[in-house]
Design a protein around this ligand. Sequence first.
Ligand code: GDP
Length: 175
Amino acid sequence: CGYVTIVGRPNVGKSTLMNRILGQKLSITSKKPQTTRHQILGIKTEDDLQVIYVDTPGLHIDDKGRALNRYMNRAASEALRHVDVIVFLVDRTAWTEEDEAVLEKLKFARCPVILAVNKVDLLKDKSALLPQLELLSSKLDFAEIVPISAEKGHNVEHLEEVVEGFIPQGVHLYP
Ligand code: GDP
């Protein structure tokens, strides 16, 4: 069983991606907080592998890139410590100070961080993506970089495979 979280500033497409991944395969969803620390959004079961997508509360950043609330922010950092892999979702069309603020938090992550670059369907010239990916990859030591379109579903299955590749096998205890 593995725990995954998708983080990113508002509007990058987190809900769209979550729905696409969990939509068909959803076995359990809960909108209610499971603990004060996190919210289980859904469980995807495939063969022997259970992947639990959790929400990180409070990764809310104001328009100046500052954390809005110290308590919530601490809760978010705590949640990030207890997942096996983090998907950092960014929008292909805009890199903002809010993204930068989320990135700062991720520097303290203790698990692999996968960079998913969303909305590539909006790109007319796909080769324009390369310099941007290069720039993003210099910002953090990402385990993998995966361009996707959450809305159109492009490359989302590949992202799921990459995520599952980082989930440890065997017994896994979650506090
Ligand atoms: P969240 O705030 O991060 O959860 O973002 P949402 O999932 O609510 O998406 C924000 C907006 O971006 C919505 O209008 C989505 O329809 C749009 N969106 C999400 N993913 C994609 C994508 O892959 N391509 C395009 N063109 N739009 C997208």
